[in-house]
Design a protein around this ligand. Structure first.
Ligand code: HEM
Ligand SMILES: *[C@@H]1O[C@H](CO)[C@@H](O)[C@H](O)[C@H]1NC(C)=O
Length: 328
């Protein structure tokens, strides 16, 4: 009988072979690459950057909205432009499901950029999923955050995935479930906290922070009171009143968000869960003390999020209109 050590040695040899052959026989398992459009659409990066910049100049919040749209695209079935699809009578899309309905925005900006990119490159060669990934990076940079190279070559889904929406985290969730949802997508606690740093920019509606400002105790009481003025207790009144996720600088990307967590000046229950006596407190303190560490970790985690099971090669399609699948 083989000793345990022999046995595991043989097993690992077998495993290496399996990995080797699986990789060899699956050419569509193509990697994304930064230079993917170098010959087919060399001006794509410039075009997306200037269009994203003008959208943010028109409305400062748009940067935050595009960053969030990218997150909601990637976390549901990978970054496949699925979130951009409109409902059709036969196939309802992702836009109208709870985490998106009434709050996901920036769709018209992506449509405008797509039109400009197609014009610049003489045809529809860049996917909507890639445009969203580039626009999210450009938004981070435009708002003062770290830059990073965006690997490209994603293709667009031929269908939305409404069921996959349940993988998105909810503002009402506690730390354990939040960690599980990110872990299910391959992200560590540290990466989850880094990505949550995106809440350094943007806004949320009264309807999602009402319970917190009236019922929760781990919030700065003066801050809660100040928000109550425009977000009354009764459901259905001023549900849409916006408040910044990071009170210090809602249009400036930095690490202030982590100080806000420490000061308990946050409006999402889920945000305060990251600093509420649990296992992620130390990560929050670290990012609050070390902006450079946060910047590096955030940029790396955004690239990792962008690599979530992309469609590549001949999978999916290059959508001509980001709102609907191509007619064939
Ligand atoms: C940790 C779990 C997360 C939860 C529970 C969560 C939840 C939310 C909620 C409830 C809002 C406000 C939407 C509304 O008013 O209805 C929001 C906004 C936002 N989220 Fe998250 N989020 C999470 C993680 C992330 C991640 C990973 C990113 C990006 C990397 C992100 C980016 C944003 C941005 C930028 C906004 C502001 C959008 C705007 O102003 O249009 N969030 N999030
Ligand atoms: C706060 O808690 C009470 C008691 O559980 C509940 O009735 C109420 O709907 C909650 N939310 C607000 C905004 O008061």
């Amino acid at each position: 009988m083989a000793t345990p050590s022999n046995c595991s040695k043989q097993y690992s040899k077998f495993f290496v072979l399996v990995v080797f052959f699986t990789t060899m026989s699956t050419p569509v398992l193509a990697q994304l690459s930064v230079g993917f459009y170098a010959s087919t659409c060399p001006s794509v990066l410039d075009t997306v950057r200037s269009a994203t910049r003008s959208a943010i100049n028109r409305e400062a919040r748009m940067g935050a909205s595009l960053i969030r749209l990218f997150f909601h695209d990637c976390f549901v079935n990978g970054c496949d432009g699925g979130v951009l699809l409109d409902d059709t009578t036969s196939v309802p899309g992702e836009k109208t499901v709870l985490p998106n309905s009434g709050s996901a925005r920036g769709f018209e900006v992506i449509d405008t950029i797509k039109t400009q990119v197609d014009r610049a490159c003489g045809g529809s060669v860049v996917s909507c999923a890639d445009i969203l990934a580039i626009a999210a990076r450009d938004s981070v940079v435009e708002l003062g955050g770290p830059s990073y190279s965006v690997p490209l070559g994603r293709r667009d889904a031929r269908a939305p995935n409404r069921a996959g929406m349940s993988g998105l985290p909810g503002f009402f969730e506690n730390l354990g479930p939040l960690l599980s949802k990110f872990s299910a997508k391959g992200f560590s606690a540290q990466e989850m906290v880094a990505l949550s740093g995106a809440h350094t920019v943007g806004q949320a509606r009264c309807v999602v922070y009402r319970d917190r400002i009236y019922n929760e105790t781990n919030i700065d009481p003066a801050y809660a009171t100040s928000l109550q003025a425009n977000c009354p207790r009764a459901t259905g009144t001023n549900d849409e009143t916006l408040a910044p996720l990071d009170p210090q600088s809602p249009n400036r990307f930095g690490n202030n968000y982590f100080q806000a967590l420490i000061n308990r000046r946050t409006i999402l229950h889920s945000d305060q869960e990251l600093f509420n006596g649990g296992s992620t407190d130390s990560i929050v303190r670290d990012y609050s003390d070390n902006p450079a560490t946060f910047s590096t970790d955030f940029a790396n985690a955004m690239v990792k999020m962008g690599n979530m099971s992309p469609l590549t090669g001949t999978q999916g399609e290059i959508r001509r209109d980001c709102k609907r699948i191509n007619e064939v």
